[in-house]
Design a binder for this molecule. Structure first.
Ligand code: ATP
Ligand code: MG
Length: 247
């Protein structure tokens, strides 16, 4: 059974077909990079998987279960977590409060399913655990807007991991980071346990090839290539699409 099985999914915006009959299968434990030029439809595909956009056609299964019509929180309780290309942090709250919101939102979703809400004290314990695991206790009371951009991107990933997802989607986790911050975030992702399947969008080839087992290339809403990093690197056709060059 796949972690994620996307079959012939399309998403339209008015007359624009942003995602055009895309099929994609991600094995459990896999690290898959999704590459492609600006406007290729990468974020829109993530939104279809996360439930932020409705697929006009096709089906999406998470660990064998059909989720195509489910709202985002129902997908979250089935093990899906994601980060966004544009940060969704609360800049005027402390780091700890941001983590609390992530934990609380998840348990509110579970509550509707299992009818066992966690108490506020339990939620705080869970937050402390997350801060400890990720070495963030020292920064817990810092206001998010006072953190470096690198720390903010890292916090987003930690918040996505806070509820122990089985499938993690990362939309350009290293965008806008310095090379030192990029290295930090790359190693954080590379070191995740294989219980977490990772699908990530990345423009930095070095990062993509460092982390990914396989690479999928999207262009104009369609998958144009799929292969091991070495195969993708060697494919002149892909260089032409992705870099606009043939050498
Ligand atoms: N909410 C929206 N309304 C209308 N058009 C949209 C919307 N979101 C995306 N699009 C269009 O869909 C296409 C795919 O956009 P998308 O953001 O998915 O690309 P992307 O591959 O993530 O690009 P980037 O690398 O720049 O982030 C583009 O033509 C874009 O203009
Ligand atoms: Mg995008």
């Amino acid at each position: 059974m796949s972690a994620l099985a996307i079959e012939a999914v399309s998403v339209h915006f008015g007359g624009v077909t942003a995602v055009d009959a895309v099929s994609l299968d991600i094995a459990k434990g896999e690290r898959r990079a999704l590459l492609g030029p600006n406007g290729a439809g990468k974020t829109t595909l993530f939104n279809a998987v996360g439930g932020q956009e409705r697929a006009a056609a096709g089906s999406i299964r998470l660990f064998g279960e059909e989720v195509t019509a489910m709202p985002p929180h129902q997908r979250a309780v089935r093990g899906l977590a994601r980060t966004f290309q544009i940060t969704k942090l609360f800049p005027n709250l402390a780091l700890r409060e941001n983590v609390l919101i992530a934990v609380q939102a998840f348990h509110a979703g579970r509550y509707s399913l299992h009818r066992t809400a966690l108490s506020y004290a339990d939620l705080q314990l869970r937050v402390d655990e997350v801060l400890l695991t990720w070495g963030l206790r020292d920064k817990a009371d810092a206001m998010v807007r006072h953190l470096s951009y690198g720390d903010q991107r890292q916090l987003e990933i930690v918040m996505a991991l806070a509820n122990q997802p089985r499938l993690l989607l990362l939309d350009e986790p290293t965008a806008g980071l310095s090379s030192a911050e990029t290295a930090m975030v790359t190693e954080l992702i590379a070191a995740l346990p294989r219980e977490v399947t990772v699908l990530f969008i990345e423009h930095d080839m070095d990062v993509a090839f460092r982390i990914a087992d396989r690479v999928t290339i999207l262009n104009q809403g369609r998958i144009v290539a799929d292969g091991k990093p070495d195969e993708i690197r060697a494919d002149a056709r892909i260089r032409a699409i992705y870099f606009g060059t043939t050498h």
